[in-house]
Design a protein around this ligand. Structure first.
Ligand SMILES: Nc1ncnc2c1ncn2[C@@H]1O[C@H](COP(=O)(O)OP(=O)(O)O)[C@@H](O)[C@H]1O
Ligand SMILES: [Mg+2]
Length: 336
């Protein structure tokens, strides 16, 4: 059943409902970040002349339907990253909005579901010839014999569970770390081959129905102790008191010096966009090894839009301020 299908003739003034995950007051900083995003996005929407309201996503379909009837939004700004406290079910929000016929920003339910399961996404990318590091799963942990491996969550992001101990050698250490993380954080954990090398984030935004690649940021690891793995762990992303929070910095000046690498990252990111059927905005995270080979770490169908995070930084580098970023996202959702 479709709730309604309202025609929106122009995008100057629309009613936007900002829909976000339910966040407990004592939730960790990566969850609280959703509320920060909601607040700055609401401010930008108002500045653009739109009417706004904000709500938690309720996975109960009748409750959502009632709320949408009451609010009657022209558009939902979808910031739902977790449902029932986990990223596994994030696609429920766009799935429900699709069912009720309400336009929403960002990626479709199927793209969010596909990219939100990192093993599923890697299997699909590897099958399609898109470069992603080798991986291994419980219980067999096959192929782990040599090299270094990083233990990651299958469905959670924000560098959950990533610290210096996340990079390990050998089958026993892999299994032990994965078990410890599952016990502490819940969910499934897998091993991915650790790629020593450089790190890049490619932010893409939809313009006139096609992905536009924003300036590509490289993350630098400064003042780094060589004994530590070079990863953007949880503390580097969220703990302002940790040295790595300040010692991981984003630069854009490499692009002119390395046009070939730039072209390659841009090309692969566009391939990811069409392969997963992304829309609105998205970010692809890469590592590039010592031989210059790029590896896709993940495709983010709902990257953080907070003004200090990578996506907005890439926009600023392109001369696009935060309000213009939000305006583009709204436009593509309405016209898409
Ligand atoms: N295979 C890998 N090799 C090297 N570093 C990795 C690898 N996978 C993840 N990392 C590090 O961990 C960070 C977070 O991993 P990522 O896969 O992007 O998950 P998320 O950002 O969703 O938590 C990356 O930015 C990178 O620094
Ligand atoms: Mg990432």
């Amino acid at each position: 059943m479709k709730l309604y299908k309202r025609r929106i003739g122009h995008v100057e003034h629309v009613r936007v409902l900002i829909l976000h995950s339910e966040i407990a007051p004592d939730a960790p900083p990566d969850d609280q970040d959703t509320l920060l995003q909601a607040a700055v996005i609401e401010r930008a929407l108002k500045q653009l002349g739109h009417e706004t309201s904000c709500s938690n996503f309720d996975p109960d379909s009748a409750a959502m339907e009632g709320m949408l009837v009451r609010e009657c939004p022209d558009l939902v700004f979808n910031l739902v990253e977790t449902v029932w406290g986990s990223g596994v079910h994030a696609s429920l929000a766009p799935a429900m909005l699709t069912r009720f016929g309400v336009p929403f920003t960002g990626c479709s339910a199927s793209a969010i579901a596909a990219c939100g399961d990192k093993i599923f996404a890697k299997r699909a990318m590897a099958g399609a010839g898109l470069p992603t590091p080798d991986w291994s799963e419980a219980p067999a942990w096959s192929g782990i014999a040599d090299g270094r491996w990083i233990i990651k969550s299958v469905s959670e992001d924000a560098s959950l569970g990533l610290d210096d101990g996340a990079v390990v050698h050998g089958c026993e250490a892999v299994a032990e770390r994965a078990q410890a993380c599952a016990a502490r954080y819940g969910g499934r954990w897998f091993a991915e081959r650790y790629i020593e090398g450089r790190e890049f984030n490619v932010a893409l935004i939809e313009k006139f129905g096609a992905p536009f690649v924003l300036p590509i940021g490289e993350m630098l690891f400064e003042r780094w102790d060589d004994a530590r793995p070079r990863i953007i762990g949880y503390a580097a992303k969220w703990d302002e008191t940790a040295p790595e929070y300040h010692d991981t910095t984003r630069v854009f000046d490499w692009q002119e010096r390395e046009p070939r690498l730039h072209r390659m990252l841009e090309f692969i990111s566009r391939e990811c966009w069409s392969f997963f059927g992304l829309s609105g905005y998205a970010r692809v995270d890469f590592r590039v090894d010592a031989e210059g080979r790029p590896f896709i770490l993940e495709v983010n169908p709902n990257p953080c839009l907070e003004p200090s995070a990578g996506f907005a930084a890439a926009c600023a580098q392109a001369g696009m301020d935060f309000a213009s970023l939000i305006s583009e996202i709204v436009k593509s959702a309405i016209q898409g």
